[in-house]
Design a protein around this ligand. Sequence first.
Ligand SMILES: N[C@@H](CCC(=O)N[C@@H](CS)C(=O)NCC(=O)O)C(=O)O
Length: 209
Amino acid sequence: MKLYDAAWAPSPRRVRIYLAEKGIEVERVPVDLRADEQFSDAYLAINPRGAVPALELDDGEVITESAAICRYFEATTPEPPLFGASPIEIARIESWTRRIEGDGYFAAVYAFRNSLPALKDRGMPGKWPPIPQIPELATRGAVMWKAFVEGLDGHLADRQWIAGNDYSFADITALVTVDFAARAKLDIDGCSHIGRWHKAASARPSASA
Ligand SMILES: N[C@@H](CCC(=O)N[C@@H](CS)C(=O)NCC(=O)O)C(=O)O
């Protein structure tokens, strides 16, 4: 089994943090995004969408999408549960994960991909026809981000973790989202509850995986 990984990118980091929390070791194959290695013939044979992460199983089947890779390991190695155990825990974690992805992570992607000169004509991650940058989408990302962090900050006012008593996949998703958003100059300044949560999540050994 091999995990195709990239050092600084949020989606592979999401999988690395998840695996560290579970105590699962997987052989990693680095893909150098700065050198556009995701578009090499060798990597496109693994994932024709030209995105990381990807998990290649021993029988050759490839799973893409960071959440799907983590779901695979949750099924093979249920303990400790990071997607919840009871029906209500599972629903809470899924609900928050989707909200963080749709409202927070995508806000950061809009801001990041539509503002960096180096990403000209690369408005979406991975292999697409040229996608022009649209500056208004960066503005949209900033508006979404502000509303997202305000909502999350209020939610965390009386909670340690986002979706229940225990650290979960929702926290992992939010951690990689907040750290990625900072690269697009979207911050959590003034959000004291997110600040406390972020400090605690970042202090876990898995955060540096
Ligand atoms: N929804 C996918 C997103 C994958 C994705 O966007 N990967 C980025 C790194 S975080 C990538 O491969 N980018 C390559 C590029 O920008 O060309 C997942 O969760 O795995």
